[in-house]
Each structure stands twice: as structure tokens, then as C-alpha cells.
Design a protein around this ligand. Structure first.
Ligand code: UT7
Length: 364
């Protein structure tokens, strides 16, 4: 009998799906369907110590000319113990910068997502510590690791949570202390990486601004080309792994380069096409900063002029999860409300993707 009555109800109101009705009275479908997840404030921080190409040349067999022409990097920042420790230190500094710049509150944040390959420690989660230290004591938090695509994946997660209505104020943190996993006797990797952090506050937006679309991908054929071999459940730490320096990041540069160029560029172009856009519609591309030649290839594929491409690799090198938010932070005065901003990333795994965001911050 009850089953029959319920069936009759749904037959009468067949234009409403059960999900739209959950939680009580009938909801107007329009506002839910136009709800987007927008970036409403950003922050950034890099440590004080500047490690130049010339200083690296005193440590390994390299030189400024090789590093500059092959990568575009001139210097990078390094977190020294005398300044602070861990990805959380950088995150707390970046949140302070965001509060100062935008006057936002963060004690009411209900979700903190940390994108990082270098959390403070493997267990306990660093995001919970960040939430506590910024006063977001009611927040739920988790760490997310997708190599150099971590920030992109984290923004995608945050957007899904906000669009679903489950969480309303999400702090996405991209923070990495790459100097903690770099072997400073290996010239093929130690010249590439630096430390830094960028943060983005994300909230619902009813004007249709915020995350519009994305394409995210993975391919495990990249597993052998870019990785830290030891320290996980495959090869737990031992005296031998330490002696063999298997806790440092290693990559086959050329293989990763080829894959990165084709995947990051193709996916960015695919996202444009999928949405009926061209390079002319894009205000800025904020690409992962691994190599200036990879950035240039992506910009060419999207048919973007040079001034539309965010580049700060010369100052910071590859800060992994922090490259995209630090790019936004550095160019924040140029972005205007309503601008079409594209993100593109590529990293170990392999992981990669592109995202289209309509800028929601109205900078006075
Ligand atoms: O963010 C995650 C994703 N990572 C990436 O996207 C990185 C992708 N890969 C790259 O950016 C580039 O492959 C590198 C910048 C890592 C290397 O540039 P490359 O043009 O691919 O150089 P290569 O590895 O082919 O090395 C060329 C030469 C070699 O010498 P020989 O064999 O030709 O005599 C290297 O030993 O350069 C040598 N070399 C160096 N020389 C001076 C390698 N590293 C250095 C160095 N200084 N630091």
C-alpha cells in the first residue's frame, strides 16, 4: 500500500528526481543547477632562502647557461630549518598572506584539502594540522597526492564537494618542500625543484563563475619514469635504501619530457575544443611550471600569445603542488572577474589534466 502511494506520488511529480527532493520540501531546481564552485581568495608563500644556478654549480657539475636554456629556471627557494619546517609551515604562511590580501576569515572553513607530495610526515595527515593551526576547528580534512597534478585534482575534488552542496567553504592548499626529497648530488634533478605554497579558498557561486569544466587523466605506464623508489610498502626504509639514496626523487627526463609535452598540450587543446572555445577566448593559462619548453609547447597548441601565459619558473623552479596556485598569486593583479582562466598540469604516475575556470575575484 505504502509502495503504491509512493509510486503515485512520483508519477504525479515525475519532473522531480528523488535527489532534488532529498532533505524535505521541494527545492527549486534552477539555483542548484547553476551553482558553481569558485575561487574567492588566494594566497602564496615561498621561503626566504634563494638557491641560484651559480650556487648549484658549486655543488654539482652544472652551470647557469645549461639550466637556463634547458629549463628556464634561474633560481628557486629552499626552506631552511632555521626558518621553519614542513609543508604545513609554508601553508600557514600562505593562508596568512591570503587573509591579509583579501580580508577573508578561515575559522569557518569546513573542508581543508592538502595537495602535496611532501606532507609533514606520512601519518598523521598534515591537512588536519593546517586546519587546527588556522583555527578551522570544525573542518574535515584530507591529504591528496597526485604528483605534480595534485593541486588540479584537489580543486576538482573541492568543486565536486561544493557543487553537491555538502561543503560550503573549502581551503585548497598546494604545498611542497621538494628540497626534502631531492638528492643534491644528482645534477639531473636537483636543479629542477624548489619549495613553495599557494592556497585557494573555494565557495559556491550563483553567478555561474568558478570551475566550468575539466579533463583529468592518469596512465600507469609512467610509473617507472618518475618516482621515489623506497619508503612505501613496496620497498620500506632500510639501511640499504638509505645508502642507495632510494628516498630521493628520480626521473628519466627525456621520456617524461616527451610525455608531458604531448599530454598536457593535447588535453588543454581538447578542453578548449570540447567547450567550443579558442585561444582568443582565454585570458590566461596557468600551467604547471616544470620546464619552460613544455609551457611554450602547451601555449602554442592552444594558440595563445605569450602575454596570456603565466610564467614564474625562473624564480621558483618546479614547486610541484604549488606551481599553479603560486602562478595565480603572482598574476592576481592582472586577472579580472569573468576572465576565462585555464589550468594545465602534468606529473608522476603519470597524472595530467586541464581545467577551465571563470575568475570570480573582483579585485578593487
Ligand atoms: O613536474 C613533473 C614532470 N617533470 C617534467 O616535466 C620534467 C621533464 N623533463 C625535462 O624537463 C628535461 O628532460 C630535463 C630538464 C630534466 C633535462 O633536459 P634534456 O634536454 O632532456 O637533457 P638530457 O637529459 O637529454 O641531458 C642532455 C645532456 C646529457 O649529457 P650527454 O649525455 O649529452 O653528454 C646530460 O648528462 O645534459 C647533461 N646534463 C646536464 N648538464 C649540465 C643533465 N643534467 C645536467 C645539468 N647540467 N644539470
Amino acid at each position: 500500500m505504502i509502495v503504491k502511494k509512493v509510486a503515485q506520488f512520483w508519477a504525479t511529480f515525475s519532473f522531480l528526481t528523488p535527489s532534488k527532493c532529498s532533505g524535505g520540501p521541494i527545492l527549486a531546481p534552477t539555483s542548484e543547477e547553476t551553482m558553481k564552485a569558485a575561487i574567492t581568495a588566494i594566497g602564496g608563500y615561498v621561503p626566504e632562502y634563494v638557491l641560484t644556478n651559480d650556487e648549484l654549480a658549486t655543488m654539482v657539475d652544472t652551470n647557469d647557461e645549461w639550466i637556463t636554456t634547458r629549463t628556464g629556471i634561474k633560481e628557486r627557494r629552499i626552506l631552511k630549518p632555521e626558518e621553519g619546517m614542513g609543508a604545513s609551515y609554508l601553508a600557514i604562511k600562505a593562508v596568512e598572506a591570503m587573509k591579509e590580501e583579501y580580508g577573508v576569515t578561515v575559522d569557518d572553513v569546513d573542508l581543508v584539502i592538502l595537495a602535496s607530495v611532501t606532507p609533514d610526515m606520512p601519518v598523521a595527515i598534515t591537512s588536519a594540522y593546517i586546519a587546527q593551526e588556522i583555527g578551522a576547528t570544525n573542518a574535515y580534512a584530507f591529504d591528496l597526492q597526485a604528483a605534480c597534478s595534485s593541486f588540479l585534482y584537489a580543486v576538482s575534488n573541492a568543486a565536486a564537494y561544493i557543487e553537491s552542496g555538502k561543503y560550503k567553504k573549502v581551503l585548497v592548499v598546494g604545498s611542497d618542500v621538494m628540497s626534502s626529497i631531492v638528492d643534491y648530488t644528482d645534477r639531473t634533478t636537483c636543479i629542477l625543484f624548489g619549495d613553495g605554497c599557494g592556497v585557494a579558498l573555494m565557495e559556491p557561486n550563483e553567478e555561474g563563475l568558478g570551475v566550468q569544466d575539466e579533463i583529468l587523466r592518469t596512465d600507469a605506464s609512467g610509473r617507472d619514469f618518475l618516482r621515489i623508489e623506497a619508503g612505501g610498502s613496496f620497498l620500506p626504509p632500510s639501511h640499504e635504501t638509505i645508502d642507495n639514496k632510494q628516498h630521493a626523487i628520480r626521473q628519466e627526463g627525456q621520456s617524461v619530457f616527451r610525455f608531458a609535452v604531448s599530454r598536457m598540450a593535447d588535453t588543454s587543446a581538447e578542453l578548449l575544443e570540447k567547450n567550443g572555445l579558442t585561444g582568443e577566448d582565454v585570458a590566461y593559462l596557468v600551467p604547471h611550471q616544470a620546464n619552460l619548453r613544455i609551457i611554450d609547447a602547451t601555449a602554442r597548441r592552444m594558440e595563445l600569445t605569450k602575454e596570456k601565459v603565466v610564467v614564474n619558473i625562473q624564480k621558483y623552479g618546479n614547486t610541484t603542488s604549488a606551481t599553479i596556485p603560486l602562478g595565480m598569486w603572482d598574476y592576481r593583479d592582472k586577472f579580472k572577474k569573468g576572465d576565462n582562466i585555464f589550468f594545465a598540469a602534468f606529473g608522476g604516475g603519470f597524472t595530467w589534466g586541464a581545467m577551465w575556470v571563470k575568475w570570480a575575484i573582483d579585485k578593487k
